[in-house]
Write a protein of this length. Structure first.
Length: 389
């Protein structure tokens, strides 16, 4: 991130995100075929939380696109076996459904490749069902939003995918009378007004075909369903930064509220009811408020350590893990993330459920951390490395 982008982004985050109305009737996302600076991507897609697609030119030099793909554009099973062979991999059965998800088992990679070859040989069918390897989705994924409402990108190494994307907020129209999201948004069940009373109010999803080599960027909170239209290998990555940490925080508040509503009848009779809500929330979502606070502390600590060394001429002064992580992003990105973390910590301090936690067990002491962040930002500005508000 450069200085100008930092200044613009610091101003833009003070303005509420615009609605996603432009996507309610659109069936297109921006297609990026030319070089795009990170600063421009940050401002045009990360901050406003808008999807886009990168052309295959961005993956042409990737080793995996050359080594894992045959001359016919199909998976190179021989090379894949050479690379992964006995590696244990989690495999899901798409023909089975447990708790609105696919049941999984761990098997050796070579066993999955044997299944995949037989699956192709038998006209893409198997008595074992339709299986997919967890990190390389080999068929389809049920309707979902990414973990902790993170950003994600997905690069097709070979094959084609069809994506159905709903802008944030539209998923609420797709909930059934119990508040559950559908397993499959193309199911005729959604036409049952008794079960899905608001489904007609949802906009049509963005339908996107992703070709081999292309990379799709899926923003925070965009619920999506994905189909592999042919034998496909993809590489996917999820991440959070200063742009969407507020979306993660809102998601966690909503998750806790759902738990509290579900067991509200025991609120006045159950000892440590609020603590039990945190336990259930963690079981359902993978994180509770205390762990979220620890997450913020780690992010803030890393950014402050980096900024505190930015004035050093000798880059060898950077701690090794920080040097490798931040030198490409630079001090402006670190400062932006740090300021956003401070915003969330300020919200935590005012949150009634966070106040009820046993603060003696927390790794994050909010007031102390806020002061450290303010001191770091002020010191960095004093060195004229950052934009003055």
């Amino acid at each position: 991130m450069d200085r100008e982008a930092y200044r613009n982004c610091c101003s833009l985050v003070k303005i509420p995100r615009q609605s996603y109305e432009q996507f309610w009737s659109s069936h297109f996302v921006d297609y990026i075929d030319k070089e795009l600076s990170y600063s421009k991507f940050f401002k045009k897609y990360l901050l406003p939380n808008h999807p886009c697609m990168f052309s295959k030119r961005f993956t042409e030099d990737w080793k995996c696109r050359k080594q894992w793909v045959s001359e016919e554009g199909k998976p190179n099973f021989q090379k894949l076996l050479q690379d992964f062979d006995e590696t244990p991999v989690p495999v899901a059965n798409c023909n089975a459904k447990e708790y609105n998800a696919n049941p999984k088992q761990v098997i050796p990679f070579k066993e999955f490749i044997h299944y995949w070859k037989e699956y192709i040989k038998n006209g893409h069918s198997s008595p074992k069902g339709c299986l997919y390897l967890k990190d390389w989705h080999m068929s389809r994924t049920p309707f979902h939003a990414d973990v902790f409402r993170s950003y994600s990108w997905s690069a097709n190494i070979c094959g084609r995918k069809k994506w159905l994307l709903y802008p944030p907020g539209q998923e609420d129209f797709l909930r059934d009378t119990h508040g559950n999201l559908p397993y499959d948004v193309t199911s005729t069940e959604l036409q049952d007004r008794g079960l899905y009373p608001q489904s007609e109010e949802a906009c049509q999803p963005l339908e996107i075909i992703q070709e081999a080599g292309e990379i799709i960027f899926v923003p925070s909170g965009w619920h999506h369903q994905v189909y592999n239209l042919e034998d496909t290998i993809s590489i996917n990555h999820n991440w959070l930064n200063g742009c969407n940490v507020d979306i993660m925080w809102q998601f966690l508040q909503n998750e806790l509220l759902s738990v509290q509503k579900e067991i509200s009848e025991w609120r006045n009779t159950m000892d440590s009811w609020h603590q039990h809500c945190q336990v259930i929330m963690k079981a359902c979502s993978g994180i509770d408020y205390a762990e979220f606070a620890s997450f913020l502390k780690i992010i803030a600590g890393n950014r402050m350590a980096f900024l505190n060394t930015c004035s050093s001429v000798d880059s060898s002064d950077y701690p090794r893990h920080l040097s490798e992580t931040f030198t490409k992003l630079g001090p402006f990105h670190a400062a932006f993330d740090l300021q956003r973390v401070a915003n969330i910590i300020e919200c935590l301090v005012c949150n009634e459920d966070f106040k009820r936690l046993d603060h003696t067990t927390l790794t994050l002491q909010p007031e102390m951390m806020l002061q450290q962040i303010r001191d770091t930002i002020q010191s960095t500005r004093g060195q004229h490395l950052l934009y003055q508000d």
